[in-house]
Design a protein around this ligand. Structure first.
Ligand code: C2O
Ligand code: CU
Ligand code: CU
Length: 531
C-alpha cells in the first residue's frame, strides 16, 4: 500500500496543524505492517487518570559552580517497562524515565540548583523502525542512544543535552540545572540525533515544574487541585503494542509526520478524573510527535488560560477552545462549580481526550483566580541589534513526497550560521512557504512573539521574493506571554524577539515536529561571549 502523502493530505486536509478543523481520526501516513487496533472499539473512561510520581532527590552533592554548596542530587534511569494503557488491553511495552510514562514530575524551586544523573538502562536493540539514511542515525552507530534535554530551561551548554552527546545503554551523565528563571512548567525528553522521534514515541518524556514565591503568593489552585496533563497521540496494534508506521521504501522507513488515532492523557487511553465542583489548575503539555490539539470542554463552558510555555501570562484569558502544538505548554484554570454532579469531556475537535466526573459537593474553594497575574515587560523592537530572516523549507521528490525538511536551506552538519552574542537582543523572522505549521523551538532562551504576516509563497519559492499580502497580525492573547516554542504558520512570516541571556556556548534550534527535527529541521547555534 503506497500512499502519496501529499495527495492523502490534500484530501483529508491533514497538513500538520495547518487545518486543525479537518484533523480526522484514522488518518495514517505511511504503511501499516501489522493489524491495527481501533481505539473506538474500547470502552471509554474506564481507567482513572494516573498522576506521575514526583521525582525524589536521593542525596546532596557539591554544586559544580560552588563546590562549597551542597545541592539536591537525583538519579533517573531510562528503562523498558510494561504498562496498562487501557483496562481491556494487554500490557504495552514502552520506554520511560524511571520506568514510567510520563516519567516522574520534578517539583523544584527557582534558584535551587539541582543535579540529575540521567542513566541509560535501555535494551541494546530498538523496537521501532530506525531510518539509517538519516544524518546521525547511520547503521554504523549503536542502535540505542539517548540524551536528556530539559526543554525551556536556561541550562549551561554542557548540561543542555546536545543531540550528538548521546550515551549508550550502561552509561550515565550528570547534568546541572541552575533553575535561575521564572516559575514555569518545563519538560524533559530524549534528544538523540536521528532517532529522537522514536525515543519520545517510545515514552521518554516527563514534566518539570519550577515554582517561585511570586506565583505562590497568587493562591492559585494547588496540591491535589493542580494536575499535570501530558497529552499525546499514539497508534497500537491488535496486541496492544505501540506501532509506528513506515514509508513504502524499506531502506528508508522515515515518514514525514506521525499521526495516531489513540490519544493518551498521562499515559492512559481515555481516562476519567473525579473532581470537586471548584477550580482546578491543569498544566497541559503536548508531547506528541506531530499532532496539534484544539482543546475544548463538551459542555462548551469557557475556562481561563493563565500561562504559556514560560510561565504566567500578564492576566487570565477567557477561552473556549485552545490550540497546543507539540512542545508547547498551557496553564489552565477550569472551574467546575456550575457542573456539580455532571460529567464533562475534555476533547479535541473530533476526539475525546478524557472525562471529568464532577462530584455533587466538595470542600470550600479558597483558591483564587486573580485579575492580574504578573507584569510582563514587552521587549522593544528597537533593542534588537540584528534581525535574522530564516526560511522553513520542505524538500520534496518528484511526486511531491517530502524527503527532508530544512531551516534556512541549511543542513545540520553545515557550519553554524546563527550566533547571537550573550545578552544581545535579536529578532528572528521565520518565513514559512510550506503547507505545514512548524512549532519552532529555541533552546536556552525565552522569547516573545512580535507578529505574523501573510506573504505570497509562489514568488518566494520561485524567485526568493518576499511580498506581503496581508496585514501584520498580533499574537493571540493566549500566546502573548513568554514562549519557547512558536507556531510558524503556513504562508506567513512569524517574528519573535529574544534576549540571549544565560551562558555562551553551543545550543540548538529546531522544529518540534519530531519527524522534521530528525530529518534536518534542526540547526546548531552559538551564543558568543559578550561582545
Ligand atoms: Cu523539546 Cu530541543 O526540545
Ligand atoms: Cu528545548
Ligand atoms: Cu516542521
Amino acid at each position: 500500500m503506497a500512499i502519496s502523502r501529499r495527495e492523502l493530505l490534500r484530501k483529508s486536509g491533514l497538513m500538520a496543524g495547518a487545518m486543525l478543523t479537518h484533523q480526522v481520526r484514522h488518518k495514517v501516513i505511511g504503511v501499516r505492517a501489522r493489524p491495527a487496533l481501533d481505539p473506538n472499539s474500547l470502552a471509554p473512561f474506564v481507567d482513572a487518570l494516573s498522576i506521575p510520581a514526583t521525582a525524589k532527590s536521593m542525596d546532596m552533592r557539591a554544586s559544580p559552580e560552588n563546590p562549597g554548596t551542597k545541592i539536591p542530587y537525583y538519579r533517573v534511569a531510562m528503562r523498558a517497562f510494561e504498562t496498562k494503557v487501557h483496562r481491556d488491553l494487554k500490557p504495552t511495552g514502552m520506554w520511560g524515565f524511571g520506568g514510567t510514562f510520563p516519567g516522574p514530575t520534578f517539583d523544584v524551586r527557582r534558584g535551587q540548583e539541582v543535579l540529575v544523573e540521567w542513566a541509560n538502562e535501555l535494551p541494546e536493540k530498538h523496537f521501532l523502525p530506525i531510518d539509517h539514511t538519516l544524518h546521525g542515525a547511520e547503521a554504523s552507530l549503536p542502535e540505542v542512544r539517548a540524551v536528556s534535554h530539559l526543554h525551556g530551561a536556561k541550562t549551561p551548554p554542557a548540561s543542555d543535552g546536545y543531540p550528538e552527546d548521546w550515551i549508550v545503554p550502561g552509561k550515565s551523565v550528570l547534568y546541572h540545572y541552575p533553575n535561575r528563571q521564572d516559575a514555569a512548567m518545563l519538560w524533559y525528553h530524549d534528544h538523540a540525533m536521528g532517532i529522537n522521534r522514536l525515543n519520545i514515541f517510545a515514552g521518554l518524556a516527563g514534566a518539570y515544574i519550577l515554582r517561585d514565591e511570586e506565583e505562590e503568593a497568587l493562591h492559585l489552585p494547588s496540591g491535589k487541585y493542580e494536575i499535570p496533563l501530558v497529552i499525546c497521540d499514539r497508534m497500537f496494534d491488535k496486541e496492544g503494542q505501540l506501532y509506528y508506521p513506515v514509508s513504502d521504501k524499506p531502506e528508508s522507513p522515515w515518514i514525514p509526520e506521525f499521526f495516531g488515532d489513540a490519544n493518551l492523557v498521562n499515559g492512559t487511553l481515555l481516562p476519567f478524573l473525579e473532581v470537586e465542583p471548584r477550580k482546578y489548575r491543569f498544566r497541559v503539555l503536548n508531547v506528541s510527535n506531530a499532532r496539534f490539539y484544539r482543546l475544548a470542554l463538551s459542555n462548551k463552558q469557557s475556562f481561563h488560560q493563565i500561562g504559556t510555555d514560560q510561565g504566567l501570562l500578564a492576566a487570565p484569558v477567557p477561552v473556549q477552545k485552545i490550540v497546543i502544538a507539540p512542545g508547547e505548554r498551557l496553564d489552565l484554570i477550569i472551574d467546575f462549580k456550575q457542573s456539580a454532579g455532571n460529567r464533562i469531556v475534555l476533547k479535541d475537535d473530533f476526539v475525546s481526550m478524557m472525562q471529568f466526573r464532577v462530584s455533587a459537593a466538595g470542600v470550600k474553594d479558597d483558591s483564587v483566580l486573580p485579575a492580574k497575574l504578573r507584569s510582563i515587560e514587552k521587549l522593544a523592537e528597537l533593542a534588537a541589534v540584528k534581525t535574522r530572516v530564516l526560511s522553513l523549507d520542505e524538500v520534496d521528490d518528484l511526486v511531491q513526497n517530502p524527503v527532508k525538511m530544512l531551516l534556512n536551506k541549511t543542513s545540520w552538519h553545515e557550519p553554524v550560521s546563527e550566533n547571537p552574542a550573550l545578552d544581545s537582543t535579536e529578532i528572528w523572522s521565520f518565513v514559512n512557504p510550506t503547507n505545514d505549521s512548524h512549532p519552532i523551538h529555541l533552546h536556552l532562551v525565552r522569547f516573545q512573539i512580535l507578529d505574523r504576516q501573510r506573504f505570497e509563497t509562489f514568488g518566494y519559492i520561485s524567485r526568493g521574493e518576499l511580498r506581503f499580502t496581508g496585514p501584520m497580525v498580533q499574537p493571540d492573547p493566549a500566546e502573548a506571554g513568554w514562549k519557547d516554542t512558536v507556531r510558524a504558520e503556513p504562508g506567513m512570516v512569524t517574528r519573535i524577539i529574544a534576549k540571549f541571556e544565560g551562558y555562551p556556548g553551543r545550543y540548538v534550534w529546531h522544529c518540534h515536529i519530531l519527524e522534521h527535527e530528525d530529518n534536518e529541521m534542526m540547526r546548531p547555534y552559538d551564543v558568543l561571549p559578550r561582545a
